[in-house]
Design a protein around this ligand. Structure first.
Ligand code: SAM
Ligand code: FES
Length: 360
């Protein structure tokens, strides 16, 4: 027991209200409580996942995007972004390389690119699942209709990453143009969940306009949605965006949030992100020590790596996947964990019987 109301409530798995999360976020300035919470997070991580760290082979297959999120380097309105798309064959070559290296989850990530119609995406999903039936396939291709999500699910997609970015309406408006809405973002997440995907939500830490209040709303939303995955990385400015002059998010606050999310959702799959590794050379190691249990090395072709530039100075754009993996393996081992070659499903899914899908 920490004998601080909100911390005890969190550890006791009681339902938290907004004020509890605000109080918890205040403990960021209390190193003693932070450390106790970190130990609790590590204990829970160990209880569900032991010392295992799951890998996901990230395939950034298009940097075309019809959206214009103000923070993002590949936003459609950035005339300086050199655009590329991978063909189905190129995507399959990435999977082949990844499979040989031991990856058992592939993540297809891209901008919102209308070139990849539902038919094209479905064909790609089916081909990957046919060639690699023992692998999980995660999509991260933005906001779509329920119908499209259903088609992708039926074609074999297992998981979907769609960060909610912020659960506060005014903050959402600060980060996105008028044709995007938090309401639709949330609709997508609930649709994905009810279709039986393992779902990932999440947010950048330190995005312009973020505050303790908006972060408390993010945690409230995560408590309500109960996603199987949470993507949490620091915001990093990109020189060609409206936020070029904004400061980057804090590594320490990101680590603290990883800890809180691990305790809030003990079975969660939580990546130590590339953005964390970009701001701090041992960021991913620290992420694992704060409660994360997933890393996502890049499997994209070397020739395109630098073009998928969401933010400045992104790491791992110059090495082959195998080099990345062996460098990460060293970091993972140094943190006392070990990389495994498994699908790495969310804990409840590991029996291969997904729990009853829930609607909203
Ligand atoms: N288009 C898909 C989507 O919207 O979910 C996937 C690609 S999107 C580029 C992936 C994530 O990158 C976003 O959800 C956002 O949180 C993150 N991202 C974009 N720009 C960033 C920045 N400047 N710093 C840190 N993360 C960023
Ligand atoms: Fe592409 Fe936001 S800029 S989804």
């Amino acid at each position: 027991m920490i004998h601080k109301n909100a911390a005890d409530k969190l550890i006791g798995r009681q339902t938290m209200v907004r004020e509890d999360f605000i109080e918890l976020l205040g403990y960021y300035n209390n190193p003693e409580i932070r450390e106790l919470l970190r130990e609790e997070a590590l204990q829970l991580r160990k209880q569900y996942y032991g010392n295992r760290v799951f890998t996901r082979g990230l395939i950034e297959f298009t940097n075309y995007c019809k959206n214009n999120c103000y923070y993002c380097g590949i936003r459609g309105a950035n005339p300086n972004s050199i655009r590329y798309r991978l063909s189905q064959e190129e995507i399959l070559t990435c999977c082949q390389k990844g499979y040989r290296l031991g990856f058992r989850t592939f993540v297809l990530q891209g901008g919102e690119d209308p070139f990849y119609t539902d038919e094209k995406m479905t064909a790609i999903i089916q081909e990957i699942k046919q060639r690699y039936p023992d692998c999980a396939l995660t999509l991260s291709i933005g906001e779509k209709s329920r119908k499209s999500y259903q088609l992708f699910r039926e074609a074999g997609a297992d998981r979907y990453l769609l960060r909610h970015e912020t659960a506060n309406d005014a903050h959402y408006r600060r980060l996105h143009p008028d044709n995007m809405s938090l309401k639709n973002r949330k609709r997508c997440l609930w649709d994905l969940k009810s279709l039986g995907y393992q779902v990932g939500a999440g947010m950048m830490v330190g995005s312009p306009g973020q505050s303790v209040q908006t972060l408390a709303e993010d945690l409230l939303f995560l408590q309500e949605l109960k996603p199987q995955m949470v993507g949490l990385g620091p915001f990093i400015p990109h020189h060609d965006t409206c936020f070029a002059k904004e400061p980057a998010g804090s590594v320490d606050l990101t680590l603290y949030l990883l800890t809180l999310v691990r305790i809030l959702l003990p079975e969660v799959l939580l990546p130590a992100t590339t953005a964390l590794g970009t701001l701090d050379p041992s960021g991913r190691e620290k992420g694992l020590m704060a409660g994360a249990n997933v890393i996502m090395p890049n499997l994209s072709p070397l020739k395109n790596r630098k073009q998928y530039e969401l933010y400045d100075d992104k790491i791992c754009t110059g090495e082959e996947a195998a080099e990345c993996l062996s460098c990460l393996e060293k970091q993972v081992n140094a943190a006392g964990f070990s990389l495994v070659s498994e699908r790495g499903d969310a804990w409840q899914w590991q029996s291969n019987i997904p729990p009853q899908a829930t609607g909203h």
